[in-house]
Write a protein of this length. Structure first.
Ligand code: UDP
Length: 326
């Protein structure tokens, strides 16, 4: 029988790509998702359970019913700007609901959790590329919720023997190369899909949020990492813990920083279409430059991204974006 893995947020962007890979690797994903941000159609692999992490009894029931000891925990709100406006919802969903999940796991003796953490836990970095031992000083509520959970995991590990890995993603981007799933947020706040909507003629222009940052072209620099490569790291992290690896955190990025303008240039190359821009004010809570060193993930997990190039990442997103159009 294939090993069951609970995937909270498995109908979401990164979670659905992880389910596809889990299934391909012979695991049985059990998606637990309230569909508040995910899509039922994205949960195509394994078993789907509509449920909310606010309901601890429902979490326990699914863990017991499917005899689950391993959990991939994706379910969370993940927009920096929204977290600044609505910290209550972010602490409730990302922190309080994760506490429910951890309590449920302890109570039914599920012992392994891979957590979707974020480079937002570092805040404004002293040095780039950022390594895992860089101080974590988040500058927005979203990053603070993720850091709070990392600390909860450490305490649950010490006290109850919970085995855990936190994966600190840099900027998740791109889509399943086979085109079955991709990024589908409503409203869409992320740069690459917005730029592609402009290329597709669905928006008149893209706004550059701040052209006065202390970066070479004045726009924010980010490290874009393909969503299928993130999925890969989750399966490797499960195997790492199953093989006796210790509780830890890994950065997941490509180590290359691209500015907002460079992302727009890439999208123009990939799509062959013009992408008009306007310059707008900075978005609150955005650090100038976030670029990660993922040497540890490469060495310890054997992580080897398949899509490290920005144009390749944008290309998979563009193919997903154009699905269904002739
Ligand atoms: N950004 C932008 N215009 C947009 C959306 C995003 O200039 O319409 C910038 C944003 O300020 C950040 C970068 O693009 O510097 C990546 O933003 P995104 O929302 O994609 O990811 P985040 O870094 O917030 O996780």
């Amino acid at each position: 029988m294939s090993t069951p893995v609970l995937v909270t947020g498995g109908a979401g962007y990164v979670g659905s790509h992880a389910c596809k890979l889990l299934h391909a690797r012979g695991y049985h994903p059990v998606v637990f998702d309230n569909l508040s941000r995910g899509h039922r159609r994205a949960a195509q692999w394994g078993t789907f359970v509509e449920g909310d992490l606010g309901d601890k009894d429902a979490i326990k029931a699914v863990l017991l019913e499917h005899r689950i000891s391993q959990v991939l925990h994706f379910a969370a709100y993940a927009y920096v700007a929204e977290s600044v406006r609505r910290p209550r919802q972010y602490y409730r969903n990302n922190v309080a609901n994760t506490l429910n999940l951890l309590e449920a796991m302890v109570e039914v003796e599920s012992d392994t959790l891979i957590f979707s953490s974020s480079c937002a836990t570092y805040g404004e970095p002293d040095t780039v590329p950022i390594s895992e031992d860089h101080p974590q000083r988040p500058i927005n509520p979203y990053g603070r919720t993720k850091l709070t959970v990392e600390r909860m995991l450490a305490d649950f590990g010490d006290a109850y023997g919970l085995k855990h890995v936190s994966l600190r993603y840099f900027n998740a981007a791109g889509a399943d190369p086979a085109g079955e799933i991709g990024e589908d947020h409503d409203p869409e706040p992320h740069l690459i899909p917005l730029v592609l909507e402009v290329a597709a003629g669905q928006r008149p222009h893209v706004a550059i949020f701040g052209a006065d940052y202390p970066t070479p072209d004045g726009t924010c620099v980010r490290d874009y990492v393909h969503v299928s490569d993130l999925a890969q790291a989750h399966v490797q992290a499960l195997e790492y813990l199953a093989g006796g690896g210790g509780n830890t955190a890994f950065n997941l990025g490509n180590g290359d920083g691209y500015s907002v303008r460079e992302v727009i240039d890439s999208a123009q190359r990939v799509t062959g279409r013009p992408i008009p821009v306007i310059e707008a004010r900075r978005r609150w809570g955005d650090p100038a430059r976030l670029v990660g060193s993922s040497e540890r993930a490469r060495e310890v997990l054997g992580w080897n991204p398949e899509f490290p190039e920005l144009d390749a990442i944008v290309d998979t997103a563009w193919k997903w974006h154009g699905r269904g159009t002739p």
